[in-house]
Design a protein around this ligand. Sequence first.
Ligand SMILES: *[C@@H]1O[C@H](CO)[C@@H](O)[C@H](O)[C@H]1NC(C)=O
Ligand SMILES: *[C@@H]1O[C@H](CO)[C@@H](O)[C@H](O)[C@H]1NC(C)=O
Length: 465
Amino acid sequence: MSSLHWNSIAMCVAILRLCHLVLGLPYSPTSRSDIITRLPGQPQVVFRQYSGYVTVDDKNQRALFYYFVEAETDPVSKPLVLWLNGGPGCSSLGVGAFSENGPFRPKGEAVVRNEFSWNREANMLYLEAPVGVGFSYSADASFYSGVNDEITGKDNLVFLQNWFLKFPEYRNRSLFLLGESYAGHYVPQLAELMLQFNKKDKLFNLKGIALGNPVLEFATDFNSRAEFFWSHGLISDSTYRMFTSVCNYSRYVSEYYRGTVSPICSRVMSQVSTETSRFVDKYDVTLDVCISSVFSQTKNLNPQQVTETIDVCVEDETLNYLNRKDVQLALHARLVGVRRWSACSNVLDYELLDLETPTITVVGKLVRAEIPVLVYSGDQDSVIPLTGTRTLIHQLAKELGLKTTVPYGVWFERQQVGGWTQVYGNILSFATIRGASHEAPFSQPQRSLVLFKSFLEGRPLPKAF
Ligand SMILES: *[C@@H]1O[C@H](CO)[C@@H](O)[C@H](O)[C@H]1NC(C)=O
Ligand SMILES: *[C@@H]1O[C@H](CO)[C@@H](O)[C@H](O)[C@H]1NC(C)=O
């Protein structure tokens, strides 16, 4: 072989995309280089894990980081699930995979198994999106200002197209999109783009979407907070009246994002904050807070914390773990333009007014296109409370002319009530998860896994035990 040829091969390794130009070979990046041999401190497992980058633009300036965990048993027969966390700007790797439904949770120097990992039922793909989140980056940092729903949707679509080049065996696999919180924007918007794309080239075998405590219609979602606070004893009767009639939460947020908070809204919000206090987790009003997060200076203020069965400090553990050089090496991750990995981006300047664009209408389009939709609520979350979500889904069902096929009632996980559910037209489902937070699989892993399995199988939740 000529030395030119060897140089070409070396270059190909460095710049895979040039291979087809230099050697006349088809561009076919393999998944093999992305395989994770073992995460530091990881117990032995039988399933394969991969992680790495997929570029989403022609100039190779923007790259999204993914973590892919194959199903524990028989991955070939199981669907592909894309999981997205919200924010906007929070990491599906750190929050979704390592605190919620992934196979491992960081604990000290090691990671321990999550018995209720969703890769028991599916091949789980966690995507850090948009660029600027976690290990995902844009080489040109000026791109971070003005990232919005439209850019996020397009990049996520290109990501999956290119990811299928690495994992061609998953191309036509049953695909489900799931996400939480602000992913109430990302997931329906991405699903809509997929359906449009499929008209030209049937690439995405989309079988359903599920959304946990999602933002679907900003005013309804945010204004259900006042009643949730009041009925859980977090605010007084008089503050409740002010928070509903003088300045409601959607008005406050609208003013806040426009930099024009009125004195009256400022007064009301200050009263609300004083009464609720910062020692209650707004994402689960019954869960204790991680004291080290609230008061990083006085870690030992509340030593009972360590005996909690739910590790409320898992976010701190994740932060430490993902910032270790050996962990980043094992994950094939790089820090580009940031000094540390963080759970929610410090560099991204997301177009926050996109929050006010309703996506419940997009959900309606998906249902009309016969894509099954499940919307579920951890019922202890005050950030996107179940009550607003339930109202929105009920209204949507009415607009679509869908009749109730499973009447409102309890569902079971083992012998206990897992929550409540209602199904419309056998295609649009609402469910609560009892005792669950905004991040439902974190605080109610067993119940969440039952819900996930039923959803994938297209079955209603268990109505008896
Ligand atoms: C994709 O899968 C569907 C079934 O889900 C099947 O009908 C179709 O032929 C498959 N297409 C390709 C290109 O393999
Ligand atoms: C919230 O406040 C806005 C502006 O004052 C008002 O238009 C809207 O009707 C209020 N919503 C609720 C649910 O009170």
